[in-house]
Design a binder for this molecule. Structure first.
Ligand code: PGA
Length: 241
């Protein structure tokens, strides 16, 4: 893992935006994997500003988001799809047909997960997958467990994760769905390059465990140690000061 530490979230977001802009120049049909959450928001703001100034072009790029709540329609304000529309999709020149999302409202969530794996294969796999990390060490919605499922699947959300996502559901953790659809750890590790961002003192301990601890399904992010091309982008607080 290559670790880069920046003084502020804004500086970190700018460096990640540089990396994405360069990747898009080199390969305009770049396939990007995208997270939701508080962490990528400064990056999405930066990408939106650069796109408005004509400095970055998403017109031929494709995106695949990591996860979505089960039983939530894409138009509902709490959905990750709606989050992405607000913070990135409507701000940049992505082609709607190349935006890929897990269908949380599918009649058969398991089939929606299989379809997603097929869409990923058809797109040629992910070139650069951006990730956050949960306070409990999850990546996407791969929660700490005795074992992890490799492929995209339906999963039960932990109490901690539902609490962390309560702001999307009127600050009421009980309104956060019990289940979600998520890329599996194998799907994530198949991306050609990974870039994980973590900001704030609250992430310092889990970031250290991810980098230095054993590879264990009890801390799903530790599996990133197995990937040959991982960048970890931190602010000073997440790096432990
Ligand atoms: P956060 O979530 O960016 O809101 O901290 C990260 C995650 O749960 O993966």
């Amino acid at each position: 893992m290559r670790v880069r530490v920046f003084q502020s979230e804004a500086e970190a977001a700018s460096a990640v935006a540089d990396r994405i802009a360069a990747a898009l120049r080199q390969k305009p049909s770049l396939v990007l994997g995208l997270p939701t959450g508080r962490t990528p928001m400064p990056l999405y703001r930066e990408l939106a500003a650069r796109c408005r100034r004509g400095e970055v072009d998403f017109s031929r790029a494709s995106t695949f988001n990591l996860d979505e709540f089960a039983g939530v329609e894409p138009e509902e304000p709490g959905s990750f799809r709606a989050f992405m529309e607000r913070h990135l999709f409507r701000e940049v020149n992505l082609a709607p047909e190349r935006i890929h999302f897990l269908d949380g409202a599918a009649a058969s969530p398991a089939q929606a997960c299989e379809r997603y794996e097929e869409e990923l294969r058809a797109a040629g796999g992910i070139d650069l997958l951006l990730l956050g990390i949960g306070g409990n060490g999850h990546v996407a919605f791969n929660e700490p467990a005795d074992g992890l499922l490799a492929r995209t699947h339906v999963t039960k959300l932990s109490r901690e994760t539902r609490t962390a996502n309560a702001p999307l559901f009127g600050d009421d953790p009980m309104k956060v769905p019990l289940q979600a659809l998520t890329m599996g750890m194998g799907t994530i590790l198949q991306a050609r390059a990974l870039l994980l961002m973590a900001f704030g003192a609250g992430k310092a301990q889990v970031v250290r465990q991810m980098r230095e601890g054993p590879v264990t399904p009890r801390l799903p992010a530790s599996f990133l140690q197995l990937h040959p091309d991982v960048d970890v982008v931190l602010d000073a607080a997440a790096a432990g000061g």
